[in-house]
Each structure stands twice: as C-alpha cells, then as structure tokens.
Ligand binder design. Structure first.
Ligand code: 5GP
Length: 207
C-alpha cells in the first residue's frame, strides 16, 4: 500500500503566533507524527534560535549556489533576505507517509501550489494589525524600523489570504490549536486522501 504524507502550508504575518502554535500542536496527539520542514535562510540568527532547529543559517553566496544546483523546492526574498525549502527534506518525509508542515510565506505557497495540487494551505491571522504591532514590540527581537517593515510585509501577506484553503484567527490560542487539529483531522479523513492511501482497499469493495 502506497502511503503518501500530506503537505500543509502555514502562512501568517510575522508576530501572529504561528511558530508557537505549530510548536504546541506538534506536542498534541493529532500533531505528534507531523514533521516541520526546516528552511534555509540568509537572515541573521535571533538569540532564541538554534541552527538546524529553527533554520539552517547560511550566507547569500551559499544560498545562490543552492539555487544554481536546483536544491530548492521553492524560495523567496523577504525583507532582503532569502528563505527556501530544500527538496530533499520534503521528498523523504512525503515518501515515508509522514505529514509535513511548511512554514512559508505567500510567495513560497504560490510556488508549491503550482507543483503540488494536493497541498493544503492554511492562513493564520492576528486579531488585528494593532495587536500585531504590540506582539512584535513585546517580542523584543526587532527594531522599530524593522517592526514597521514587518507590518508592511504583513499587509501584503494578508492581501493573499484568499488563495488559501483554510483560515485561522489567532485571537484565542486554545481555539486556534483546536482549529488547526480539526483541519489536519479533516484532511486525514478526506475521501481524496483515503483514495490515495487505500486505493486497493477501496477497489475490493466494488469488485
Ligand atoms: P522570520 O524571519 O520571521 O523567521 O520569517 C519571515 C517569513 O519567512 C515568514 O513569513 C515565514 O513563513 C517565511 N519563511 C520561512 N521559511 C521560508 C521558506 O523556506 N520559504 C518561504 N517562501 N518563506 C519562508
């Protein structure tokens, strides 16, 4: 039986709480078998981040080399920095039947959708732009100038939310966590997925 994992793209404006939602979801019963794709980026590592856990931090010339070698499934330039998803990581998980989360922006989501029609994409919204500003400020990881840049980037990101399959508004963390679980469970139960996973089994019912 061929068992293919499902691709879930999650995009959200910076500061929406996406990373902590994903982190907590992966500890739940529904999320425990899901893997998250670790991206490569040229942006500087934040104090709280770890190499190989949050990102693979590389410089621009290394990133360009990887582009030339066709290593990326998708990549995007965000606030002058490169971010990309390597093909190998994904291929390995999907062929082993492991569901995978891609935490990528709307540009990456567009590229993935073009190549993988089965992908399911989730957009997360903060309760409001004012709330987003407060969260970014409280996070203490960006200067005022960077916060303004990130807010502008967020507005652009939000303008693409209609391209996604699902929408979660993160105004209540527990509710958002339940909604994410509901999406993953619904996908696992979908006839399309069941067909993909259990084609032979379904055939037996009708022959
Ligand atoms: P941050 O710098 O806050 O970690 O991430 C900035 C943005 O880059 C977020 O919207 C995040 O989803 C996006 N991002 C992270 N990794 C990738 C990637 O591999 N590809 C794309 N297209 N976007 C990414």
């Amino acid at each position: 039986m061929i068992q293919l994992g499902t691709f879930f793209i999650i995009s959200a404006p910076s500061g929406t709480g996406k990373s902590s939602l994903i982190r907590n979801f992966l500890k739940t019963k529904t999320g425990k078998n899901i893997r998250i794709s670790i991206s490569h980026t040229t942006r500087l590592k934040r104090k709280t981040e770890k190499e190989g856990k949050d990102y693979y931090f590389i410089n621009k010339s290394e990133f360009h080399n990887m582009i030339k070698k066709n290593i990326f499934l998708e990549y995007a330039i965000i606030l002058n920095q490169y971010y990309g998803t390597s093909k190998n990581v994904i291929k390995d998980f999907i062929s082993k039947g492991i569901d995978i989360f891609l935490d990528i922006d709307w540009q990456g989501a567009q590229q993935i959708r073009k190549n993988f029609s089965q992908v399911k994409s989730i957009f997360m919204l903060p309760p409001s732009i004012e709330e987003l500003y407060i969260r970014l400020k409280n996070r203490g990881q960006n200067s005022e100038k960077e916060i303004i840049q990130r807010i502008n980037m967020s507005l652009l990101e939000v303008s693409h939310c209609h391209e996604y399959d699902y929408l979660i508004i993160n105004d209540d963390f527990k509710k958002a966590l339940n909604e994410l679980a509901a999406i993953v469970i619904a996908e696992r139960l979908s006839i399309r997925n069941k067909k993909k996973i259990q084609e032979k089994l379904i055939k037996n019912y009708f022959i």
